[in-house]
Design a protein around this ligand. Sequence first.
Ligand SMILES: CC(C)(COP(=O)(O)OP(=O)(O)OC[C@H]1O[C@@H](n2cnc3c(N)ncnc32)[C@H](O)[C@@H]1OP(=O)(O)O)[C@@H](O)C(=O)NCCC(=O)NCCS
Length: 220
Amino acid sequence: MNHNESVKIVDIIHKPRYQRLLVRCIFHVKKEIPLIRVYQRNSERVAYLKSAIRQGFHMKILFWKGNHVGMIEYGPPKAAALPITGKNIIVMNCIWVHAKAQGNNFGKLLMNDMINSEKHASGFATIGLENYWMMWLQKQHMEKLGFKSIKSLKLKHKTYKRGHCFTIHLVWLPTSKNAQSPDWDESELLNGVDFCNSHPLYWGRYGCMKSGLRQIYVKC
Ligand SMILES: CC(C)(COP(=O)(O)OP(=O)(O)OC[C@H]1O[C@@H](n2cnc3c(N)ncnc32)[C@H](O)[C@@H]1OP(=O)(O)O)[C@@H](O)C(=O)NCCC(=O)NCCS
């Protein structure tokens, strides 16, 4: 499909008109929520952005015929929300193309945009989930985009579906011949994530926020 006319990828970091998308992501919300409420409801995300943007974080939105249907966010390890480390790598926090827009090459366009914008990087890393109870960020999604699993860890949640083990994969897409594989901090993984309250590994669900439990997973 030729998308030249109708597809645009915009880095929204320093564009005030896209603040809602930066804080709230590309969810379809019928009711327009006042920006101040968006900030209040997503205080962890706002705190994350404040430090991450200074350290090289990017969030890009793919617009198709004027509608925001895809996003990607990434940065060097110090700006990333996932505990992945590595030399000269970029960590992708998240990628998402709305179900209605999938299969149009938009995921690949977002990936290529990231790779072309970060030519100095020797490779790109993120996580993929297997046997998790939510459908998001599956290992097979990441494989479609060219990532391969190089390491994995079996975990279960402390307060939800207690006997259910799932696997987190560290997935990697090297873009240079001499790229050194990344690693991750296993103990940090046990905390879940707090940069996005819709992420499948968001720590605050299942009573954890209320009880103040910080380390929400244990090894299986
Ligand atoms: C992974 C994802 C970004 C891919 O986006 P997309 O626009 O559908 O992907 P593309 O059209 O660019 O296709 C990428 C590759 O996957 C393949 N592919 C796409 N859909 C596929 C399907 N249903 N089955 C098998 N392969 C598929 C394509 O053929 C293409 O491979 P190719 O380059 O070898 O031809 C998208 O599926 C997605 O957003 N998944 C959910 C991710 C998520 O959970 N995000 C977090 C939300 S909180």
